[in-house]
Design a protein around this ligand. Sequence first.
Ligand SMILES: NC(=O)c1ccc[n+]([C@@H]2O[C@H](COP(=O)([O-])OP(=O)(O)OC[C@H]3O[C@@H](n4cnc5c(N)ncnc54)[C@H](O)[C@@H]3O)[C@@H](O)[C@H]2O)c1
Length: 473
Amino acid sequence: MNRNPIKNICCIGAGYVGGPTMAVIADKCPDLNIYVVDKNQSRIKAWNNNDLEKLPVYEPGLKEIIERVRFKNLFFTSDIIQNIRKADAIFISVNTPIKTSGLGAGKASNLRWVEACTKEIAEYAEGHTIVIEKSTLPVRTAEIIKKILNSKLNKNNIRKTFSILSNPEFLAEGTAIYDLEYPDRVLIGGEEEDAINQLKAIYEKWVDSKKILTTNLWSSELSKLVANAFLAQRISSINSISALCEKTGADINEVSRAVGFDSRIGAKFLKAGPGFGGSCFKKDILNLVYLSRYFGLKETADFWEQVISINKWQKERIYSIIVNKLFGNITNKKILILGFSFKANTNDIRESPAIEIAQYLLSEGANLFINDPKVDAEQIETSLNGIKGDLQKKDQNEYGNWSFEKDIYKAFRSADAAIIITEWEVYKTINWQKASNLMNSPAWIFDTRSIVNAEDVKSAGLEFWSVGNGNYI
Ligand SMILES: NC(=O)c1ccc[n+]([C@@H]2O[C@H](COP(=O)([O-])OP(=O)(O)OC[C@H]3O[C@@H](n4cnc5c(N)ncnc54)[C@H](O)[C@@H]3O)[C@@H](O)[C@H]2O)c1
């Protein structure tokens, strides 16, 4: 059956995916009205802030789009019920973290937010509604969604029907706007041709139709998990080799380049670092592992689990190297952490390697000065289990403390070491002579991203270690 084209869209979840994705759709499709709803009122308030520097998500290019479309055809609101009611299509873009307790704890996705908003859709939707999975979900979640939606059909004398689509999001934080505007592909999984075509028509406003792939629901749900697993696998692969480079005198950047020149392998995602972070890679692999075990595929599960083990090991081996280089003792030493977000160009710190490294250094009694261009002290405090950033309160022999420092050169003053954890552009242009003049002696620079010029650091009189570089072990 051919229905009227989609006019009103509701997106449930105004997070790192819901906000930027809907902003780009609104920008590309001025004829659509898009309402992004969230139960978190302070998040909605932040999206509506007149000061575009205070949007809850930082992404290059995002504030310019928000300025163009907000209050025109893109609206952020807490009025969930009203916007479900009038929507022709609803994107589910809520969080799907790993369960922390109960059955499948530490492995399976927690679908309570998906279930809660699906119940609201079932209750309040009117007429025909296309429900679109935008969140990353375990395979066959659409079945659960369908059951919940069908449980409320035609109650209270309001006729309602639903179509369900899977439309996973492949954006990468830090380049979200570019990825949304120029996607490698858009994936739409579904069973009903009309619904698929309606969603396809929206993307066709700016995406070449050859790049819009359609599949069945289960292939679409699984492809998203597999894509993330493959990306994370490349990072763990290159990180495992970084350790071998350090032992053998090879240089990981040279190895990556030589390997990546092979067109069968390709150059992307071959940069060694402190381990992947972000809210997705670990949880999506855990999900894949859980599914594989559930279906009795032990070998598949073991294979993917190893990607996570290497990632953990990379962080552990980096902080062990730091402590060992500092004579095995960092109590009361001043250590500067350069970068707290999980990657450059985002303010997201979920699963950032900086958290685990900072926690470990604090447990060894270090005084940390933390700098990041976009992350604020409040986020850091939460991630460090509420330890207040107050160096005055530090007990001389016990757990360390930390302080946030916006000014990089102020932070270098009297530091014993600096650790580059995030590859922010600003850290690539540090004046190492100036830093060296301010630091204690001897002082160490640890470059976990291999982004600075080793000669500049060493000629400034600083000790240097760089990930995967056998010349600096
Ligand atoms: N962050 C990424 O880079 C990325 C990329 C691709 C896919 N994904 C997937 O997209 C989904 C969302 O990720 P995110 O990073 O945007 O998460 P997020 O935590 O930033 O945002 C989710 C939002 O949903 C809201 N929410 C939860 N339940 C709700 C309900 N019942 N009603 C209204 N609002 C509700 C929360 O308050 C929160 O603001 C996840 O499944 C994630 O795996 C994320």
